[in-house]
Design a protein around this ligand. Structure first.
Ligand code: AMP
Length: 395
């Protein structure tokens, strides 16, 4: 891996692909700076080493030039996070953009306008990539969240730089965290998969069966498995078309020596709402009129004991409908147990969509070994895919 600390940035004008796709409120103010803060170490390092930084990012999904999605709205926040002035260029490529980049003094930062104002960005257009490449003398990718896309600024541009390209600090950390689970995990390795649907997690389950010793299945996926095993699921979400597949997976796990753990009891409601009447049932016997929305107390204890035995833990997907406070106990309990295991020396990686949201909501942010910044990119990595943005940096 070409890392930042192996490079000489003295007098280099460094194009950094960052992920500043931050949420904005009605007044077009940044409401969450996490992604900007995540890019700070890379920017600081390059500036300290005598380079200057040309920052490229997308914001939202504009169709053409959409003033509401201009990166000009975030310049002040970026300057505030970096603790230094940041210049803004209202074009992304072209003569004016190149002039602004070339005039950049050593130790200074320039943010270019939203990449996605140009449809060539997501199309991975080579001419557009060449124009982007003319903005600097070195290319650094620090945007894990878009590393699974072969876009102009994430992948195609990297092919235009031979050796003068490398991983940013954040991207490097993400890759190392995934490797720690998928390639170099200390045994026993446990994956906890929750979330809504089996159908959206098939490739991940298949890929994880090759890597882990234990797999906890939680969330709404459970009821496709229990129905397949002859259980009664009541009104719980279930994908009957995937029952055969669920049985196949259970068989496959057996032959690979992977233990699959389902909850033994569930907390159900008589309605899909936070205020529903609650009742605990055996996971195999959920009566009609009741919808299972969380892992039950006995399951929480079983999962706790298992989690504490494991040395490598991957968590993707909540254990129940955590958005309803009355059905969030199973997700909180899993977070607590993983935090305790981490404290005791296990490596824990939380990645992909809603589990990251849950971890932040319930205050486990600093209690996990690593929390991924990339939803889709993390999921594709767990599926065993090599991300194009990462492959292009290694070539
Ligand atoms: P995913 O994006 O697949 O990780 O799914 C996350 C969503 O799954 C969250 O919005 C949860 O509310 C939902 N979920 C988890 N458990 C259940 C359940 N038992 N019934 C319905 N939805 C669930």
């Amino acid at each position: 891996m070409r890392t930042l600390n192996q490079q000489n940035f003295k007098n280099q004008r460094v194009i950094i692909r960052v992920d500043f796709n931050v949420p904005l409120n009605e007044a077009l103010e940044v409401t969450d700076r996490t992604r900007i803060e995540a890019a700070k170490p890379t920017i600081d390092y390059i500036l300290e080493q005598g380079g200057s930084c040309v920052l490229l990012s997308h914001l939202g999904r504009p169709k053409g030039n959409d003033p509401k999605l201009s990166l000009s709205h975030i310049v002040e926040t970026v300057a505030d996070v970096l603790g230094r002035p940041v210049k803004f260029c209202s074009t992304t490529v072209g003569d004016a953009a190149e002039a602004a980049a070339k005039n950049l003094e050593q130790g200074t930062v320039l943010l270019m306008e939203n990449l996605r104002f140009h449809k060539e960005e997501t199309a991975g257009d080579i001419l557009f990539s060449e124009k982007l490449a003319r903005l600097g003398t070195f290319y650094v990718n620090d945007a894990f969240g878009t590393a699974h896309r072969a876009h102009a600024s994430t992948t195609i541009i990297a092919n235009l730089f031979k050796d003068n390209k490398c991983f940013g600090i954040l991207l490097e950390k993400e890759v190392i965290a995934i490797e720690k689970v998928m390639e170099k995990g200390e045994k026993p390795i446990l994956a906890i998969l929750g979330g809504a649907k089996v159908s959206s997690k098939i490739t991940i389950i298949e890929s994880l069966l090759e890597k882990v010793d234990h797999l906890i299945i939680g969330g709404g996926m459970v009821y496709t498995f229990t129905k397949a095993l002859g259980g009664q699921v009541g009104n719980s979400i279930c994908e009957p078309d995937y029952c055969d597949y669920a049985l196949e997976l259970l068989e496959k796990a057996k032959t690979k020596g992977v233990e699959i753990h389902l909850p033994v009891d569930v907390l159900a409601g008589d309605d899909f709402s936070n205020d529903a009447t609650q009742k605990t049932f055996d996971v195999m016997n959920i009566p009609d009129g009741w919808e299972a929305m969380d892992a039950g107390p006995e399951s929480q204890v079983l999962f706790h004991n298992l989690i504490l035995k494991c040395k490598t833990i991957l968590w993707n997907g909540p254990m129940g409908v955590f958005e309803f406070s009355n059905f969030s106990k199973g997700t909180i309990a899993a977070g607590d147990s993983i935090a305790e295991a981490t404290q005791a020396g296990a490596f824990s990686l939380v990645g992909g969509g809603d589990s990251v949201a849950a971890v932040k909501q319930f205050g486990f942010e600093n209690k996990m070994s690593y929390i991924s910044t990339g939803g889709g990119a993390m999921l594709e990595s767990l599926e065993g895919k090599i991300l194009p943005g990462i492959a292009a940096l290694n070539e």
